[in-house]
Design a protein around this ligand. Structure first.
Ligand SMILES: Cc1cc2nc3c(=O)[nH]c(=O)nc-3n(C[C@H](O)[C@H](O)[C@H](O)COP(=O)(O)OP(=O)(O)OC[C@H]3O[C@@H](n4cnc5c(N)ncnc54)[C@H](O)[C@@H]3O)c2cc1C
Length: 387
């Protein structure tokens, strides 16, 4: 996107977030629902299609551009972003990267416009971090597969029109190579969506179990028509997803710092604003330092990704650091608010719960550490072999 157009778009989004979304945060949390006119406004702005190329009806942003907008979205409750997050992320990217031209033409424009919501169904009750051990089965019967299994914690499942489903097509291969990615119509007979999960935070965003019982899926709906490639497809889009989440953490941290600073300037104890106490200043400064470091990391890795570099290690570094960082920033924000920070009247109480999720999904912090260390060891071994 042209730099001027991107700057304009970012300014419009910033105003929209601060003037329309921030005042709705409490209502969304209380009602556990995002108003329909906000959904329409997201669609109008093109947010469902941020990452989808223009030729398929999206805005066609590269990742460096996308993170600039996600920083802005982080200024408000993460539930808002979640509404279109699955369309921007793995719900569409799997189809974009590995889908056939016919699959792209059919699904991407509908995802970009928000007409369809796509959910990504990988996690299962017995397969979380060890996703390659998934058990959902898809057996080929002529021109279609029959799917049986249960998926867990699936974001936007109650609103989904399609699922990007990972299922085992090769019973003899218990690892990643036996997994195939499908596009499944959510209205297919045999699909049951569980009751929405009662989550710790991010009310307004919904997850649920998705149960598949003898669901017929046309073989033409295998992504890229290539069975056995599903896990690879999922992994290819993860770098992008992790950087997107890291950018969101930066945005939320900046909001929390803003809330902390405003409160500290107003609240008086011992006859002066608490902002004048150096121990409070230390908390503010530490949060600022960490948020700035995360912002720079995300920008660097996103630029490199956009330039075509492989940034698997850097994406995990960003996800790990930014999600842990926003946890610490939220904790300090509550501390700076004192007892009020424990009360629902203040936004920091809600954000404190909301940000806990970032260390868990799209790979837990421990999984990011494993990815980083594994890549380091591989690079070191490559270096030794090359010598
Ligand atoms: C709100 C929410 C939304 C989600 N949305 C989606 C979605 O849309 N689609 C989807 O497919 N999934 C989704 N998930 C699932 C999410 O990705 C998983 O919860 C996550 O990957 C962790 O898996 P798990 O919950 O089974 O935990 P487990 O894998 O059981 O992990 C439990 C603990 O063990 C640690 N651990 C596991 N293995 C290792 C290891 N090898 N070394 C060290 N420590 C380890 C973990 O880090 C963690 O601390 C969502 C989850 C939540 C909570």
């Amino acid at each position: 996107m042209d730099r001027d157009v991107l700057d304009q778009f970012r300014d419009t989004l910033r105003r929209f977030v601060r003037e329309r979304l921030v005042p709705l945060e409490r209502q969304v949390a209380d009602e556990d629902r995002i108003p329909e006119d906000i959904r329409a406004a997201f669609a109008e702005m093109g947010l469902f299609g941020l990452s989808i190329p223009e030729e398929y009806g999206g805005l066609g942003l590269n990742l460096a551009e996308e993170v600039e907008l996600v920083f802005e979205l982080g200024w408000t409750s993460p539930a808002f972003r979640s509404m279109f997050g699955t369309n921007v992320g793995i719900g569409s990217q799997g189809i974009l990267i590995d889908g056939t031209e016919a699959q792209k033409r059919h699904y991407l424009p509908r995802l970009a416009s928000g007409e369809m919501v796509a959910s990504f169904a990988l996690t299962e009750p017995e397969a979380g971090s060890d996703a390659a051990a998934l058990r959902t089965r898809a057996e080929l019967h002529g021109d279609h597969y029959v799917v049986n299994g249960t998926k867990r914690f699936i974001t936007n499942a109650p609103h989904a029109a399609i699922f990007t489903l990972m299922a085992r097509t090769d019973a003899g291969n218990k690892g990643a190579g036996g997994v195939t990615a499908f596009i499944v119509d959510a209205k297919s007979p045999g699909i049951r969506i569980g009751a929405p999960d009662k989550k710790m935070g991010q009310r307004g965003a919904h997850t649920a179990d998705v149960v598949f019982e003898d669901v017929k899926v046309p073989a033409a709906n295998v992504i890229g028509l290539k069975p056995g490639q599903g896990f690879k497809t999922a992994m290819k889009v993860l770098d992008r997803g992790r950087l997107h989440i890291a950018a969101l953490c930066v945005g939320v941290a900046e909001r929390l710092i803003h809330e902390s600073l405003s409160y500290a300037a107003e609240r008086k104890q011992f006859g002066q604003p608490i902002a004048e106490f150096q121990l409070v200043q230390a908390m503010l400064a530490d949060s600022r330092v960490e948020a700035y470091a995360a912002r720079c990391m995300v920008q660097d890795a996103a630029r490199r990704y956009a330039a075509g570099e492989i940034v698997s290690t850097e994406a995990s570094c960003c996800k790990l650091f930014a999600s842990e960082m926003v946890g610490r920033v939220a904790d300090r924000a509550v501390q700076i608010h004192g007892g009020s920070g424990y009360m629902q009247d203040y936004a920091v109480e809600r954000f404190y719960r909301d940000v806990r999720l970032f260390r868990l999904y799209e790979g837990t912090s421990q999984i990011q550490q494993l990815v980083i260390a594994r890549n380091m060891l591989r690079e070191a071994a490559g270096g030794r072999a090359g010598r």
